[in-house]
Design a protein around this ligand. Structure first.
Ligand code: BDR
Ligand code: CA
Length: 329
């Protein structure tokens, strides 16, 4: 069983990453760290605690950074590239990507320790290497790796949801998680551990169709219902604000990273490349620069060019069915 640390900016798709990791028999979820991104860090932390209670797992949650490592010092920060995050439905109601969760207020609290110091302490002392799955801006990891670069010796692999090869969602050439904190992403890319990027090109191709809504509802479990509701909302948002290659599908970006730990074949065409993150401001902030020259610089990470919807859907349904079976017994 793999020991895993999750880093999330919860967020509907982050919620599904937590659910998948918490319910999988292949994963020992050691801790969850929260970060700013989809929403402010207090909200992403609250959402995270709600989801851990929903799945009934006692996992320590560490609140992390509330803004990027350095970008918010720049005068251009967030001025030019605000993008449409909400739409209005047929009833005149506003909807968005990462609205408030309709779950009970969490009873548990986050740990006192900050996520960055947790990473450093934990990774200095852990007895066997652990896998990190980071699906928000990489700010917590960027700080931890700066504080103590030697922690990489205890990292088996870092799986990151972020970036785009030919698909983008913030500017004409960048993706949200990387755009939010390019410096942190560059630090992670260069840290020397095995890094696997799961960009939009993979998550969009593995997007789940609306048929999964009924499949999840048929389980008649709180987690199945939450998943179904999340998918219904995301499909509505994607149809309206970010139409994909097919109608009535939605990418569940962050859960694809966790699914990769359970079935590596959910990622298709995984290439070993040299990648740099653009430190520019403006449209190319956080853009992925993949060195495809025949005299390219040494490889520093893996990146998935595509994803497999069927395999991904199976991983999701397997963990949800396992949860349903446990609840019955
Ligand atoms: C990524 O950004 C966040 O909005 C999502 O949770 C996902 O991690 C997609 O670009
Ligand atoms: Ca996320």
């Amino acid at each position: 069983m793999r020991k895993v640390l999750l880093d999330v900016d919860t967020g509907t798709d982050d919620a599904t990453a937590i659910i998948t990791a918490a319910l999988s028999p292949d994963i020992q979820l050691e801790a969850i760290c929260t970060v700013w991104g989809n929403r402010e860090v207090d909200i992403t932390t609250r959402h995270t605690l709600m989801v851990t209670e929903l799945v009934g797992k006692k996992v320590p949650v560490y609140k992390g950074c509330s803004g990027p490592m350095v970008r918010d010092l720049l005068p251009q920060w967030k001025q030019e590239y605000e993008f449409p995050k909400t739409g209005i439905d047929e009833n005149g109601q506003e909807f968005g990507y990462h609205d408030d969760f309709h779950l009970p207020e969490p009873k548990v609290k986050a740990e006192d320790q900050h996520a960055v110091s947790f990473y450093v302490d934990y990774l200095r002392h852990v007895k066997e290497p652990v896998t990190l799955v980071a699906v928000g801006p990489l700010t917590n990891l960027g700080h931890a790796l700066k504080l103590d670069p030697s922690i990489t010796k205890n990292i088996e692999e870092i799986v990151v949801m972020g970036g785009g090869i030919a698909e983008y969602n913030i500017t004409t050439c960048s993706e949200a998680n990387i755009w939010h904190d390019p410096e942190a992403a560059q630090i992670v890319t260069r840290c020397g551990a095995k890094v696997v990027y799961v960009p939009l090109d993979a998550t969009h191709r593995a997007a789940l169709p609306k048929e999964y809504i009924a499949k999840c509802e048929d389980l008649h479990t709180p987690v199945g219902d939450f998943f179904a509701e999340m998918l219904r909302e995301r499909i509505k948002v994607y149809n309206a604000l970010q139409p994909l290659w097919r109608k009535d599908i939605a990418p569940i970006h962050d859960a694809l990273c966790v699914a990769y730990l359970i079935d590596p074949k959910v990622l298709v065409d995984l290439r070993h490349v040299h990648l740099d993150v653009s430190m520019d401001t403006g449209a190319s902030q956080g853009m992925f620069l993949i060195d495809t020259r025949h005299f390219h610089a040494p490889e520093n990470c893996y990146i998935a060019y595509s994803g497999d919807e069927k395999r991904f859907g199976k991983v999701i349904m397997d963990v949800l069915k396992l949860d349903a079976d446990h609840r019955k017994s």
